[in-house]
Design a binder for this molecule. Structure first.
Ligand SMILES: [Zn+2]
Length: 168
């Protein structure tokens, strides 16, 4: 553990201190929460308790705890009534002044309530990769048949022009 245990101005440090979203999972090194700007039902985040910027900065104990967190968050996603979650999220006091369109979109999806068909797991490790808050947060994104027209290539599509390639 280093001296950057917690950073007072960091949003995800506030999350790990339990000041924002309720934990749906926690272990020694990580907490899991549902994202309040979900892009798909069950969209969750795994956040290290320590103020760590990059996945490559995790220490040995955190690395050992990471897959426990990943499995725990998956269990939480699949055992949560997501319709009830988003109905409740609409009324959270600390989200009162924030836009709710992502949450309302979830409630209108015809596959809300289905068991996920697949998962996209990853993190934007660096500003150039799209990270907006400099505290590691791994995205656990449930995927559902038909959620986008053509999911082929998945995460390769972050660079759309080079995502697709012909297979022999
Ligand atoms: Zn932090």
């Amino acid at each position: 553990m280093n001296d950057l245990q917690s950073s007072p101005d960091c949003y995800f440090c506030r999350v790990t201190r339990g000041e924002t979203d309720p934990f749906v999972f926690e272990n020694r090194s990580f907490v899991g929460v549902f994202d309040t700007h979900p892009v798909n039902p069950g969209h969750a985040l795994i956040v290290p308790r320590r103020h760590v910027v990059s996945i490559f900065d995790l220490n040995a104990a955190e690395q050992a705890d990471f897959f426990d967190a990943l499995r725990g968050v998956k269990r939480a996603i699949e055992s949560t009534d997501l319709r009830a979650l988003y109905q409740e999220m609409l009324h959270r006091d600390y989200l009162r002044d924030r836009p709710k369109d992502h949450i309302e979109t979830m409630l209108a999806l015809d596959f809300l309530g289905n068991v996920p068909d697949a998962y996209t797991v990853g993190n934007n490790d660096g500003r150039e990769a799209g990270r907006s808050i400099d505290h590691l947060h791994t995205i656990v994104l449930p995927r559902y048949r038909g959620d986008i027209e053509n999911p082929k290539g998945g995460i390769r599509n972050v660079i759309p022009a080079r995502a697709h390639y012909p297979r022999r």
